[in-house]
Design a protein around this ligand. Structure first.
Ligand code: GDD
Ligand code: MN
Length: 410
């Protein structure tokens, strides 16, 4: 006979990935440990058992274990739910709409009541005993306590040289991209750590992929960090979910943390048409190829062999028309569709043409100024001139050729 009734599944939290600062019944629970799972049906009972055995003596009645399962095909959530009859401190969330390790952890914390939040893998690769050291580090004032493979007492058991290399390589890349975050701990890839609620509460999190610790370090308010060494155990049951995808996600996550929404903030603040500009740039690039091709067809001795100047003028003009057509359809397509008469289109083409010609003159002037006036290397000077003229072309065309204001005029 089981001493407790089976608990209903925990409600699935939705909305912003944000952890509340205050909990419903403060003081009732000290520690909330999330166990993310996907197909860990063969491991979950042992994990829960070991954790309870370890925590009961020190925190009886003041901790909770939260399994967050992503609707595993092996029905891990069901197995875990059955365990609640023997472990009253266990709760289970079954997510069916959202997926992914990092968000699973946050969703679990969102529903938790503890002051101290934690995460541990559900496959016994993270030795439970380390938890006690992590807990005491937090109790001594750390905001974050990380179990690390890369300090005294830490390591990996039987990793192949390739896996070691990949793991270290990822860390070095991380140090290059985001030293202020990745460099704060010896094992930034660790998925085994505790964090004080106050350090991440009320902060909107936006993780990507596997590495939730990056998000906590990158967006949280973490002052004091402690580390405890541990040996990453071999998996006994089930299999790892890591694929090449996690490496890509990891890099994207770093890049995202690095920009910290800076680009989108700038965009909003100044209403910068970033996407349009990128399209404009691409179209410009296509123009370069058109120009080259026509120049070849007209002026090369192997083809028509016309004079260079005459050929270049025609080539430029065709490139300008090419660019116009693409910009009119694509870059500024939303605007031109509102003003689609052929007269209006011709007007836009003329304006575009004039602005581009003016740009060409500007290009030559700038190149001369930078090269002769400032003594810059000629190719660097040309590059700067091209960049400046692209901006000029884009801006003027945005303001003059594809103006939204005369929509009503038709
Ligand atoms: N809910 C949920 N959703 N859980 C997941 C998902 C998912 O999409 N993907 C993986 N998990 C669970 C697994 O069931 C396991 O409990 C834990 O997350 C870690 O996954 P593994 O596939 O076992 O990863 P690993 O063994 O390569 O571990 C690496 O990543 C860990 C991240 O937590 C190592 O870098 C560890 O140090 C690190 O702790
Ligand atoms: Mn694992």
């Amino acid at each position: 006979m089981n001493p407790f009734p089976i608990r209903p599944l925990l409600a699935v939290s939705t909305g912003r990935l944000q952890i509340p600062a205050a909990v419903a019944a403060p003081g009732s629970c000290q520690f909330s440990l999330v166990i993310p799972t996907y197909n860990e049906g063969q491991n979950i009972a042992a994990v829960v058992h070991k954790l309870s055995e370890l925590l009961d003596p020190v925190l009886l009645g003041r901790y909770e274990l939260i399994v967050v399962d992503d609707d595993s095909p092996d029905r891990t959530w069901e197995t875990a739910q059955a365990l609640t009859a023997s472990y009253p401190q266990l709760q289970v969330m079954r997510r069916q709409t959202e997926r992914g390790l990092s968000t699973a952890v946050i969703r679990g914390w969102q529903m938790s009541k503890g002051e101290i939040l934690g995460v541990i893998d559900g496959d016994l690769q993270h030795p439970p005993e380390v938890l006690l050291k992590l807990l005491s580090a937090i109790e001594q004032g750390a905001d974050l306590a990380v179990a690390s493979r890369h300090i005294e007492g830490g390591g990996v058991s039987e990793w192949s040289p390739v896996r070691r290399f990949l793991s270290r390589g990822a860390q070095v890349l991380g140090l290059l991209i985001l030293p202020s975050v990745v460099g704060r701990v010896s094992d930034p890839m660790s998925g085994y750590f505790l964090v004080h609620r106050r350090a991440i509460a009320e902060q909107e999190l936006n993780p990507l992929g596997y590495k939730i610790l990056l998000e906590v370090l990158g967006r949280g308010n973490v002052q004091q960090v402690a580390e405890v060494g541990y040996v990453f155990q071999e998996r006994q049951e089930g299999e790892s979910k890591v694929t090449w995808r996690q490496y890509v996600d990891y890099l994207l996550h770093l890049a995202k943390l690095r920009s910290r929404g800076r680009i989108s903030r700038l965009r909003q603040k100044y209403q910068l048409p970033v996407q349009r500009f990128l399209r404009f740039g691409l179209v410009g690039l296509s123009g370069v190829f058109v120009d080259m091709a026509v120049l070849y067809l007209l002026s090369d001795p192997a083809t028509l062999g016309w004079g260079l100047t005459r050929s270049k003028i025609i080539a430029s003009e065709i490139a300008i028309i090419n660019n116009f057509l693409w910009n009119d359809r694509w870059t500024f397509g939303d605007i031109s569709r509102q003003q689609s008469g052929w007269k209006q289109r011709l007007k836009r083409l003329l304006k575009f043409n004039l602005i581009c010609l003016a740009g060409l003159i500007l290009n030559v002037l700038l190149l001369n100024l930078l090269f002769n006036g400032f003594g810059l290397n000629r190719y660097l000077a040309n590059l700067i001139a091209i960049a400046a003229v692209t901006l000029w072309n884009f801006w003027l065309n945005l303001k003059l050729s594809w103006r939204v204001t005369d929509t009503g005029g038709a």
